[in-house]
Design a protein around this ligand. Structure first.
Ligand code: FE2
Length: 381
């Protein structure tokens, strides 16, 4: 573990909210970073908003089961997606891939908000699936990128190009920090290789506002992002990628925006300082936490969401839990920690892996909900 990671422990709510000195209400600061319109996110001040209802749609994930029956459990309607057929013969179907994208619709009184969290591996899947699932890009209020891995941002640029001129002007794209833009190399099994980087010029061309949310931040008035996820549990950071420091032909991350000890290096191990989880505070139920990929640990991500929001009660955790590299006892420990946290529902996606599902099915059968590409979870319905 790096010195940087050691320094982060422990994190208190006061630390994260007041980290910028007296600026509890952080103003949006417009600036240009490498020619891209950039802003600082609005910090969480006091408590996060409560929403009355929340629907989370899995737009892209690894697998679909078109004939899975939809059902309702206490407080959650689980709507699986079938074929997407109508009065014409079928033409296309949902595309599944190893990538993650989630659409979230929230309601607060008469007010509705729509956000996309992550964008899958390819624009073909993201565009195809969002069209089949009836997601209207023109009403999106914010985009959130959980971290700088290709299986989460790969679909973004093509999506922006497909809907150029149709998205809301200056639509905010929340990122956890500059290292989100670093060019990456995959260093873990099954093979080393170029893992790409997010094209800043394309973001500029799409009239987005890149919004830096390194601390707890409000998203589209209804949700929040956690800011940097502290290492506050038994969970370890096992990094599968390395980051190149610097910008080459407009691609990469600006060295002067990275921590001092990394600025003079050419390649550094990815510490996922920039990784963020997204959360909502559902009235009468508690937090719904979207972990995306959990490189800093699913339990750590949940704890950070609790610290960021000031809300302890957990209703659901949904996302990739990144347990594939770990042995069974570590997965058992994660399941035990989730039981201790008394979360109502656990919805594993993407990089969680089958061992977690099998163990959780035995240990917490009534809490575990199965999801496929296209599944929609309606909370507080
Ligand atoms: Fe991932």
């Amino acid at each position: 573990m790096s010195d940087e990671a050691h320094r982060e422990l422990p994190v208190s709510r006061r630390d994260v909210i007041c980290g910028g000195g007296a600026s509890v209400f952080s103003a949006t600061i417009a600036a240009l970073v490498g020619g891209t319109r950039a802003a600082r996110a609005e910090a969480v001040s006091g408590s996060v908003p409560e929403v009355d209802a929340l629907a989370v749609r899995v737009v892209t994930d690894s697998y679909q089961f078109a004939v899975a029956p939809s059902r309702t459990v206490e407080g959650v309607e689980i709507q699986h997606f079938g074929w997407g057929i109508g009065d014409k013969p079928p033409g296309r179907t949902l595309i599944s891939e190893f990538g993650l994208s989630l659409h979230i619709e929230s309601h607060r009184g008469a007010e509705a908000r729509n956000i996309l969290v992550d964008f899958g591996f390819t624009p073909e899947a993201l565009v195809n699936n969002s069209e089949l699932l009836g997601i209207n890009p023109t009403v999106l209020d914010a985009l959130v990128l959980s971290h700088g891995h290709y299986d989460h941002f790969g679909g973004l640029v093509g999506f922006l190009q497909r809907y150029k001129g149709k998205l809301k002007p200056k639509l905010p794209l929340y990122v956890g920090g500059e290292d989100c833009f670093c060019s990456r190399e995959w260093t873990a099994p099954p093979q080393r290789g170029n893992f790409g980087s997010l094209d800043r010029k394309a973001l500029q061309g799409a009239n987005l506002t890149v919004t830096y949310a390194d601390g707890p931040s409000l998203v589209a008035d209804h949700g929040f992002t956690t800011g940097q996820i502290g290492l506050q549990s038994f969970e370890k950071l096992l990094s599968p990628t390395a980051m190149k420091v610097g910008v080459d032909h407009g691609l990469g991350c600006y060295a002067d925006k990275l921590p001092e000890q990394e600025r003079t290096k050419t390649v550094v191990p990815d510490q996922f300082r920039h990784e963020i989880a997204t959360g909502f505070n559902l009235k009468g139920r508690g937090l719904v936490v979207l972990t995306s990929c959990s490189h800093r640990g699913v339990i750590n991500a949940i704890k950070q969401a609790q610290v960021a929001s000031g809300v302890k009660k957990l209703h659901a955790v949904i996302g990739g839990f990144h347990l594939a590299p770990y042995k069974e006892d570590y997965v058992q420990q994660t399941v035990a920690a989730l039981k201790d946290m008394n979360v109502d529902y656990v919805i594993p996606l993407h990089c969680t892996g089958e061992p977690f599902y099998e163990i959780a099915k035995i240990e917490m059968p009534n809490k575990l909900l199965r999801s496929y590409t296209g599944t929609r979870f309606v909370f507080g319905a």
